[in-house]
Design a protein around this ligand. Structure first.
Ligand code: PSU
Ligand code: MN
Length: 333
């Protein structure tokens, strides 16, 4: 069921004719393996939902991360879609992982964190790594997948005027026409600055059932959104409108709040986050390590409450993504 083949199989309906950048399908297949199940679903126009793997390898504690990875795939299936978890395994980018690959991503501490810019060196070195939103969106889009679910996007970090730390997620989402269902951006970030950057980059942001941008662990960040959608059919309508418009491609961010009953207590959130940011600064934590450090700090110092809120958010996003993929149906390309 989850067997893969490296070359020579058609992917994604009309897109098998060639890629936007002029490479042949076969050239692309040499570097990227789409699992047989995902390939068939795309070929037949059945709904597929991409899932990232950094949340598994670097965003959640072991051994719970493997159980969550499997649960998220099950949730996609229960929603009538095929899951396509993305990662790089021994130098091959893979879209749709089998159980062995998923286990390795979850269990092996040597698994690297790969943003889009890390893909080429990872492939060349034969490395194994988990893909962030930027790398996942790129690979999933190239495979012809239109809907992607995650927890919270990366964005502009607090103190960005000093550190220049802005997640590569934003720039990449300005370049691929994928729909990302998320609980906003991680609340460890500078949320207003991130929303401003998304506006500048031309990335469409809609609130799902809310007039406020969600706050990842929190149901609301307090920031307003310009557009509110209230059903998977309405989201599918926007994706179809993107298709009709053409022009430069950019992502559609569907910001889906964690239910209020499952959010992290806001006062606890603010207090613990302040401690985490101070400790990160003290320890000189920078670059790719910042996000995993803060997520873990919050999990430890809220005694697991932030982890439960994070998981509730991701589960909700995965369910919604499956419904959107179903409502959108075929005819994307
Ligand atoms: N959502 C979660 N947990 C995570 C992430 C998202 O609930 O760990 C990951 C995503 O892979 C995202 C990355 O792309 O965090 C952002 O990392 P950085 O800030 O270093 O770009
Ligand atoms: Mn960063």
């Amino acid at each position: 069921m989850t067997d893969s083949a490296a070359v020579g199989h058609p992917v994604a309906g009309a897109r098998q004719r060639g890629l936007r950048d002029g490479r042949s399908r076969q050239e692309w297949d040499m570097s990227t393996q789409v699992s047989e199940e995902v390939r068939e679903a795309l070929h037949e126009g059945r709904p597929v939902v991409a899932l990232e793997s950094t949340i598994i390898a670097h965003g959640l504690p072991r051994p719970r991360n493997l159980a969550v990875a499997l649960e998220l795939e099950e949730l996609v299936r229960a929603g009538g879609a095929v899951p396509a978890t993305v990662a790089v395994v021994d130098g091959t980018a893979r879209v749709g992982l089998d159980r062995a690959a998923l286990t390795r991503i979850a269990e092996d501490p040597a698994v690297r964190k790969l943003g889009h810019r890390d893909l080429a060196p990872a492939l060349a070195a034969g490395a194994t790594g988990a893909t962030t939103v930027s790398a996942t969106a790129w690979l999933a889009d190239a495979a012809g997948i239109r809907v992607f679910a995650t927890g919270g996007l990366g964005g502009v970090h607090r103190g960005w005027t000093e550190t220049q730390d802005e997640s590569a997620d934003l720039r990449l989402l300005a370049r691929v026409g994928i729909t990302v269902v998320c609980a906003g951006v991680k609340s460890i970030l500078d949320v207003p600055a991130t929303l401003q950057r998304l506006e500048t980059l031309g990335v469409t942001v809609v609130g799902y059932g809310t007039e406020h941008f969600p706050g990842f662990y929190l149901s609301s960040s307090g920031e307003p959104v310009d557009w509110t959608l209230r059903s998977p059919a309405e989201v599918a309508g926007v994706i179809r409108a993107q298709d009709r418009l053409g022009g430069p491609r950019a992502a559609l961010i569907v910001a889906n709040p964690v239910p209020v009953a499952e959010q992290l207590d806001p006062a606890l959130h603010d207090r613990v986050l302040a401690g985490g940011l101070a400790e990160a600064k003290e320890k000189g934590i920078t670059g790719q390590a910042v996000t995993p450090f803060l997520l873990e700090y919050l999990t430890v110092h809220t005694e697991g409450a932030s982890l439960e809120a994070n998981l509730a958010a991701v589960r909700g996003n995965v369910r919604l993504a499956a419904s959107i993929a179903g409502a959108y149906g075929t005819g994307a390309y």
